[in-house]
Ligand binder design. Structure first.
Ligand code: UDP
Length: 455
């Protein structure tokens, strides 16, 4: 028997590719060969964005298959993308595995580790007869909430297509935070057609749950003890982050602007507001301006990640004279090496959209949050940050649905003037890091490795 050789295949979004490449590097470090399967579109942009110091291609074999979306179509349309993928990618994955297995002298594929959202990849592995594991780059609470879908339908809260019929707070289980029905994971993703496609994909969680030999999750028991009790067969192994591996994260869709690290070096300890909304958040013009004005009003140094596509016309989006007024204390970049930024001592707090990766990265560095969820599981993550761990504050919208600059300034001041947020953030950091260094997550991950290696 040769070296164990696994396929790792993520859902094609930044918040999935990054943690699954991180997982891959941990596997390689433990003597497992990894072939990482991106969509063709993401493969190209990941390679294009690699910096000179990235050595990911020397450790992980990067390959691609098509996603079924035409080159000119919009891949941020998650409905279209998800639907096309499930039509085209199962066949492509199967033939890729066939080709890899037919390679003279190559190690045969012994397992598939698929994103928990890609039940079809688990089905392919099942058909071929190799080991199959699911990896969830999300909180286990958001996965566990899907178990309740049949009850939500029978209680008349949603219909069979996931459409919300009742606008109300829901207690899915006494062990996870209350959720508003309009904030269910699929309910805020795009238009009604998109929501149905995402709902269908997430509902197939039951297939993964039934077929996968192992299900692992980038979280830890300390972060969400109540949620793990709902799905005891999903095992926490996280947070798997580059800094815990003494490495650098790889797999950005856009080139990082690492000059911001040198800029952070120039700032006083614990003084900088770091502002980043992940890879998919978009803002209306008015809301974007309010973010800018809020940061201006605080009078503190800030590092703000503004992706080129965060609002319709980025060149016209800033308030008049803004850049001149903040030039001595504000830095705007189009993509930051976020994990390195969050571990920098100059960073005081994180204004975040509460994507799960951003959440565990902030937690692992003991940084308190101002929460600004955009869609999907981010509202549930906000509840953990603000209500369970008490390491952050929410922002309130005004009657027209906008978060105003005064609100941003007030919440930042409240957060930073009350030391208890930082104290709790540091306590949570200690617990979380202990788990991944020598505690439960560490043991679970070692057991997972042993299972992959076992003949
Ligand atoms: N990220 C980054 N640089 C940025 C913004 C984000 O490296 O300027 C990374 C961040 O560290 C995280 C990922 O992109 O690992 C975003 O994932 P998350 O789950 O937070 O949000 P999503 O993009 O999926 O909404």
């Amino acid at each position: 028997m040769g070296k164990p050789h696994v396929i790792v295949i993520p859902y094609p979004a930044q918040g999935h590719v990054l943690p699954m490449l991180e997982l891959s590097q941990w596997l390689v470090k433990n003597g497992i060969k990894v072939t990482f399967v991106n969509t063709e579109f993401n493969h190209e942009r990941v390679l294009k964005s690699l910096s000179d110091s990235d050595n990911i291609r020397e450790t992980v074999t990067m390959v691609y298959i098509p996603d079924g979306v035409e080159p000119w179509e919009d891949r941020n349309d998650l409905g279209k993308l998800t639907e096309a993928m499930s039509r085209v990618m199962p066949g492509e994955l199967e033939s890729l595995i066939g080709k890899l297995n037919g390679k003279e002298g190559g190690e045969k594929i012994t397992g598939v580790i698929a994103d928990g959202q890609l039940s079809w990849a688990i089905e392919v592995a099942h058909k071929i007869g190799v080991k199959k594991a699911a990896f969830y780059p999300a909180s286990v609470a958001s996965v566990a909430s899907l178990l309740n879908v049949p009850n939500l339908v029978s209680d008349g809260i949603i219909d069979n297509n996931g459409r919300i019929l009742k606008d109300q707070m829901i207690q899915l289980s006494p062990t996870i935070p209350l959720m508003h029905s309009t904030n269910f994971v699929w309910a805020s993703v795009g238009d009604e057609a998109t929501q149905k496609i995402i709902f269908d994909m997430l509902s197939k969680f039951s297939i993964t749950n039934k077929l996968a030999d192992w299900q692992i999750c980038n979280s830890s028991y300390d972060l969400e003890p109540g949620a793990f009790s709902l799905v005891p067969n999903i095992i926490p192994v996280g947070p798997l982050l580059a800094s815990n591996r003494l490495g650098k994260s790889a797999g950005y869709f856009w080139p990082e602007d690492s000059a911001c690290l040198a800029w952070l070096d120039q700032q006083p300890i614990n003084s900088v507001i770091y502002v980043a909304f992940g890879s998919l958040t978009v803002f209306e013009q008015t809301q974007f301006e309010e973010v800018a004005l809020g940061l201006e009003l605080t009078n503190m140094p800030f590092l703000w990640v503004v992706r080129q596509d965060i609002t319709a016309d980025i060149n016209e989006a800033y308030p008049k004279g803004f850049s001149d007024r903040v030039q001595n204390r504000g830095l705007i970049v189009s993509w930051a090496p976020q994990q390195q930024v969050l571990s920098h001592p100059s960073v005081a707090c994180f204004v975040s959209h509460c994507g799960w990766n951003s959440t565990i990265e902030g937690v692992s560095n003991g940084v308190p949050f101002i929460c600004w969820p955009y869609f999907a599981d981010q509202f549930l993550n906000q509840s953990y940050i603000c209500d369970e761990w008490k390491v952050g504050l929410r922002l309130d919208k005004d009657e027209s649905g906008i978060i105003r600059h005064g609100e941003i300034k007030d919440k930042l001041e409240n957060l930073l003037s009350d030391e208890s947020y930082k104290e709790r953030a540091l306590n949570l950091q200690t617990k979380t890091m202990d788990s991944v260094r020598e505690g439960c997550s560490h043991k679970n991950f070692n057991n997972f490795i042993e299972w992959i290696k076992d003949d």
